[in-house]
Design a protein around this ligand. Structure first.
Ligand code: FES
Ligand code: FE2
Length: 458
């Protein structure tokens, strides 16, 4: 069978459809369900995903003026550490000066335009590989070869053009345009919800990057609603509720949904035993392939045991997780341990957050191609008392890489969505008013950036 994303097929589509339980809307009485239909459905032009013109507009009016996560603070921990951050066709050097300050510069030699660095490393100065001009970590030009032959050239004009750089939750954020609102202001609508998780203390369990055959928005949108659980991940819904889910869009294009876990979908009311819920919950956890051998063995042992009388799967996991992490994040309510708080930081960062665990995605345009993106799959963990340290990034090119079933199911869809949007038979997508509001929230915010940075109006 063909596979648009190159990964293994999970199961045949016919089987997948057989696994979807028929659903009678009259059986759902949960109050959340009543919010469905409360907001108008939305239509989005497919051009916004597939046209080179739209890529160009984003490059001119969105990416330069928004903050985006580029990496973790520990990647440039020491003076002289540097990393290259690429977004579309732009490349930025992120470095730490001798004084310990983070800096970001346009990655370009001011002589004839050679990129100064590739990848990451450690240096005491940036030396152009072409004719050897040099810059300090502070971005000052330090050397021009045969300077006498450049009459009138001023050293000040050779300063590396700076971008804005700051940190939040242990991530380095960059905004290519130096001037604009601070990162603190930018994140104000959601920072207070995130701060009690103390993500700045987490270490990188894995940071895997791949090229996905879909627009960066197509890719992120696969993770911003649980409306697709029935169709794409039917094996999970006895351990995740796709009904009792608040969706919220915040000012600035950020958004949130809260998915109850370790409970079956409200559509299955009373039809999944606690023992089944436990089994599915453990399968879901093991599926992300992030547990170490010890954790795997403990979970497998748990799955085989009957739950103590009167204990729910939810109670069990709440106790386990609180035992491990509550002392590091005492402000968090007990419910947070059995809910997946799933955030979008506008424009391109989406993540599932549990106390002590972060699992998320960052998508960036791949050069000028509307049909592919660079996609980071990032897992962070609180080290607790285990003394864990961050692992380095990996670039995944093996189409057979084991992403686990859930992620492989999502990846399988992406290439098909992107190819589908090129068909003559569609001009606009159709989005559910409530359950898909995070998706149109991003499109609305992008439209605001296009308007605000329209050169004809400024
Ligand atoms: S292009 Fe960089 S020194 Fe000439
Ligand atoms: Fe999914």
């Amino acid at each position: 069978m063909d596979n648009a994303s190159g990964g293994p097929r999970i199961f045949e589509l016919d089987d997948r459809h057989k696994a979807i339980e028929p659903f009678d809307p009259k059986t759902v009485s949960h109050p959340r369900y009543k919010e469905w239909g409360s907001e108008p459905m939305r239509r989005i032009d497919v051009e916004t995903y597939i046209s080179p013109e739209h890529v160009k507009l984003e490059a001119e009016r969105l990416w330069p003026y928004s903050w985006h996560a580029a990496g973790r603070v520990e990647e440039v921990a020491n003076p002289g550490d540097y990393m290259e951050y690429e977004i579309g066709d732009q490349s930025i050097i992120i470095t730490r000066t001798q004084a310990g300050e983070l800096k970001a510069y346009s990655n370009v030699c001011q002589h004839r335009g050679t990129q100064l660095v590739k990848g990451c490393g450690h240096t005491d100065q940036f030396v152009c590989p072409y004719h050897g001009w040099r810059w300090s970590l502070d971005g000052e030009n330090r050397y021009v070869h045969d300077a006498v032959d450049f009459p009138g050239l001023k050293r000040e004009e050779l300063r590396l053009p700076e971008s804005a750089v700051d940190t939040f939750a242990g991530f380095i954020f960059v905004r290519p345009e130096k001037e604009g609102p601070s990162l603190q202001d930018y994140l104000k609508p959601i920072a207070h919800i995130l701060e009690p998780y103390h993500i700045e203390q987490y270490v990188v369990k894995s940071w895997r990057t791949l090229v996905v055959p879909a627009n960066w928005k197509t890719a992120l949108e696969a993770f911003e609603e649980v409306y697709h659980l029935m169709g794409t991940h039917p094996q999970t819904i006895k351990g995740n509720d796709d009904v009792e889910v608040p969706y919220d869009n915040f000012e600035g294009g950020h958004s949130l949904m809260v998915v109850p876990v370790y409970v079956p979908t409200a559509r299955f009311k009373g039809r999944a035993s606690e023992q089944e819920v436990l089994k599915v919950a453990i399968d879901n956890l093991l599926d992300v392939n992030l547990a170490d051998e010890g954790e795997k063995a403990a979970m497998e042992a748990l799955a085989g045991q009957p739950l103590p009388d009167g204990t729910t799967t939810r109670d069990l996991f709440m106790e386990m997780a609180r035992g491990q992490y509550q002392k590091f994040m005492p402000e968090l309510a007990p419910d947070r341990y059995v809910e997946d708080w799933d955030f979008t930081i506008f424009p391109n960062m989406v993540f599932n957050l549990f106390p002590g665990n972060y699992f998320g995605f960052i998508a960036r345009p791949n050069g000028k191609d509307p049909d592919s993106c660079i996609f980071d799959v990032v897992a962070l963990i609180h080290p607790g008392e285990r003394g864990l340290e961050s692992n380095p990034r990996e670039f995944v090119t093996d189409p057979g890489h084991d992403w686990g079933a859930v992620l492989a199911q999502d990846f399988y869809n992406l290439g098909r969505v992107q190819a589908g949007m090129h068909q003559r038979g569609i001009q606009q997508t159709r989005l559910a008013g409530y359950q898909e509001k995070r998706i149109y929230g991003r499109h609305d915010e992008i439209a605001r950036y296009f308007e605000a940075h329209d050169p004809a109006k400024t």
